[in-house]
Design a protein around this ligand. Structure first.
Ligand code: FAD
Length: 515
C-alpha cells in the first residue's frame, strides 16, 4: 500500500503546495486561497488536519471563489517557501486574496475557533471584505434590498431567485450563495429581517427561511425539512432547470434514445437490483480479473478474501451462491503460491461437476444504467455490491467486522481497473479502516467513505448529469437520517443504520426493470 509524507494527499481536495506550484497557485489566482503552513511532526498540526480536510469537503463547492491549500514546512524542499511567507510557528493559516501579487505575504487569520463552522464563517468574512479585484466566480455576498430585488430580473437572466431571510448574525444566506455558485440558472441573495418592506411583502415570519421569487413577482416558500444551510442547498441544487455550470443539460430524450448498448429502461431509482449485482460479478470475475494471467502474493490473498466474502454473503439466486461456494472451496484447496487466471476461469465456467451452479453470463445493468455508455455501470455495481455485503455480513451474524471491508480494500488495490481510483481509495481508507470494530460501524464506514468519494467527484467529467453525485441518501429518500444541531446539518447514525439495513437487505433486492 502507498504511503505519503505530509499530512495531506491528492484525495483530500486540498491543494498541496511545493516549490513547483507555489507561484502558479498563489500568485494572480482567480480564486482566493487559505493556506495552512504546517509541520508534519507537530502534534497540533496532526490534530488539526482532520478538521482542515473536513472543511475542504464542506466548502468544496466554493472552490472557484476560494480554495484551501497546505504546505509541509518540515519538508526541506519547502523550507524557503515557509520562510518567504514569514511563517515561524505551526499551524499558521494565511488568507491570500485573488490576484495576489508575487510579493504578497498573505493576511493572518485572526485567532478564533478552529472548527469547520468557525473557519467557514471566518472565510466568509474574509471574502465579504475582499479587496478589488473581486474573484470573478464569487457571487455578491452583501444583503439585498427591496429595490434590488424589484429590479433583479431586469439585469439577471436566471430562472430562479432564492431569497434567504435571516438575521444579521446568521451566515446561512452567504453559505448557500456560495454553495450554489457553480450552478447555473439560479441566484441566491440574503435578505435581512430588517428589510421590512420585503419581509412584509412576502409575509416572512421565520428567520432563516427561503423563498423562491419569480420574474412575474410571484413567490413561494421553499419547503425543507429543516431551516438550515444543507437542506436549502439540497433543495435548490435540484430545482428544475438548475444545472451545474459546464454540464450539458440532461436531456430526457437521451434516456429514451438508444445511446447505450441496450435500450434505456425505466427503473425505480430508490431500489437496489439483483441484475446490477450479478452484472458486477460477471464483469469483475470474467473481465477485470482476466487482465491478471498469473495471480500471486498480495493479489492472491486479495482474490481469496473477495471470493470468500462472496461465497459467504452474496445474497443471490441459489445457482449463483452454489457456484460461488464451489469456487471458494476450490480456491481454498489450491496450495500453490500462484494461480493462473485460466484455472480460475475453468472453475468459474466448468460447472459440470457441481449441480445447479452457474455464474451469470453477460451484463444487464438496471439501477446502474447510465445515460451514456461511459457513465455508471460497473463502478456503480461495485459500490452497491460492497454495501450489500456489509449489510449481509450483519444479517448473517458474521464474526469479523473488518472482513468485507478488507476484501473490498484489497480487491480494489490489486484488481480494480481504474488505477487512479484505487490510489485515491487507498489514501482515503488507510487511516480510518482499522478503527472499524463492529459490523454496524462497517456499514456506516463504507457509507461515509462513499460519500467522501461522491463529494470529490461531484461535477467531475465522470458524473452522469442524470445522476448527480450527492451526499446520499437525500432528505427525500431518508428524512430521518438528517437532522440539525446548533444550526449545522447532522447525520443521525441510528436512523442511517436502520435505513442502510433496509435499503441493502436481501428482502428488498429488486429483480427487474419497471414495466
Ligand atoms: P455511485 O457513486 O457509483 O453509487 C452507486 C449507487 O449507490 C448510487 O446510485 C446510490 O444509489 C448509492 N449510493 C450513493 N452514495 C452512497 C453512499 N454514500 N452509501 C451507500 N450508497 C450510496 N471515479 C472517479 O472518477 N474517480 C475516482 O477516484 C473514483 N474512485 C472510485 C473508487 C471506488 C472504490 C469505486 C467503487 C468507484 C470509484 N469511482 C471513481 C467511480 C465513482 O465512484 C462512481 O462509481 C461512478 O462515477 C458511477 O457513479 P454513480 O452515479 O453510478 O454512483
Amino acid at each position: 500500500f502507498t504511503t505519503e509524507a505530509g499530512l495531506y494527499t491528492a484525495s483530500d481536495q486540498i491543494v498541496i503546495l511545493s516549490p513547483d506550484n507555489v507561484d502558479s497557485v498563489l500568485v494572480n489566482s482567480t480564486a482566493a486561497l487559505v493556506v495552512e503552513f504546517y509541520a508534519s511532526w507537530c502534534g497540533h498540526c496532526i490534530a488539526f488536519s482532520p478538521e482542515w480536510k473536513r472543511l475542504a469537503r464542506d466548502i468544496k463547492e466554493w472552490k472557484p471563489a476560494v480554495d484551501l491549500a497546505a504546505i509541509d514546512c518540515a519538508n526541506e524542499d519547502n523550507r524557503p517557501i515557509c520562510s518567504r511567507f514569514g511563517v515561524k510557528g505551526y499551524p499558521t493559516l494565511k488568507f491570500f486574496h485573488a490576484y495576489s501579487k508575487p510579493d504578497s505575504k498573505g493576511q493572518g487569520f485572526r485567532e478564533g475557533p478552529r472548527d469547520v463552522r468557525g473557519l467557514r464563517h471566518k472565510i466568509i468574512e474574509k471574502m465579504e471584505t475582499h479587496e478589488e479585484p473581486w474573484p470573478p466566480a464569487c457571487p455578491p455576498l452583501e444583503t439585498a434590498s427591496k429595490a434590488e430585488i424589484d429590479n433583479f430580473f431586469e439585469t439577471n437572466g436566471v430562472e430562479h431567485l432564492a431569497l434567504i431571510f435571516e438575521t444579521s448574525n446568521s451566515y446561512v444566506g452567504r453559505e448557500v450563495t456560495l454553495d450554489l455558485l457553480q450552478y447555473e440558472n439560479i441566484a441566491v441573495r440574503r435578505v435581512l429581517r430588517t428589510e421590512e418592506a420585503l419581509v412584509a411583502k412576502l409575509g416572512v415570519t421565520d428567520f432563516p427561511s427561503c423563498y423562491l421569487y419569480y420574474p412575474s413577482g410571484n413567490f413561494t416558500r421553499l419547503h425543507v425539512q429543516n431551516e438550515a444551510r444543507t437542506f436549502y442547498t439540497y433543495a435548490l441544487q435540484r430545482l428544475p432547470g438548475v444545472l451545474r455550470a459546464g454540464n450539458p443539460p440532461p436531456v430526457t430524450s437521451d434516456l429514451l434514445k438508444n445511446t447505450t448498448e441496450d435500450q434505456w429502461r425505466p427503473f425505480n431509482r430508490s431500489g437496489v437490483y439483483m441484475a446490477d449485482l450479478e452484472s458486477t460479478l460477471h464483469y469483475s470475475l470474467r473481465l477485470e480479473l482476466a487482465a491478471h494471467p498469473v495471480i500471486k502474493g498480495e493479489a492472491l490473498s486479495a482474490l481469496q478474501r473477495y471470493i470468500s466474502v462472496l461465497a459467504k454473503y452474496f445474497p443471490g439466486r441459489p445457482v449463483v451462491r452454489n457456484l460461488l461456494k464451489s469456487v471458494d472451496t476450490w480456491l481454498k484447496g489450491q496450495n500453490d503460491t500462484e494461480l493462473s487466471y485460466s484455472s480460475l476461469r475453468d472453475a468459474l465456467d466448468n460447472t459440470a461437476e457441481v449441480p445447479d451452479a452457474a455464474l451469470p453470463d453477460g451484463v444487464r445493468w438496471v439501477g446502474c444504467q447510465g445515460s451514456k455508455p461511459h457513465f455508471r455501470r460497473y463502478p456503480c455495481g461495485m459500490w452497491i455490491l460492497f454495501h450489500v455485503l456489509t449489510v449481509q455480513a450483519e444479517e448473517a451474524a458474521g464474526k469479523d467486522p473488518q472482513e468485507v471491508l478488507q476484501a473490498m480494500r484489497s480487491y480494489v488495490h490489486s484488481f480494480f481497473g481504474c488505477r487512479p481510483c484505487a490510489t485515491h481509495f487507498e489514501n482515503m481508507v488507510k487511516d480510518s479502516m482499522s478503527h472499524v470494530g463492529t459490523l454496524s460501524t462497517a456499514m456506516l464506514w463504507l457509507w461515509s467513505r462513499h460519500n467522501h468519494v461522491n463529494n470529490r467527484l461531484a461535477g467531475a467529467l465522470s458524473e452522469d448529469p442524470h445522476f448527480p453525485k450527492i451526499q446520499w441518501p437525500s432528505p427525500e429518500l431518508c428524512p430521518s437520517c438528517h437532522g440539525v444541531k446548533n444550526g449545522e446539518h447532522t447525520w443521525n447514525q441510528e436512523e442511517l443504520l436502520t435505513f442502510l439495513r433496509s435499503h441493502f437487505s436481501s428482502e428488498h433486492l429488486l429483480s427487474d426493470y419497471l414495466e
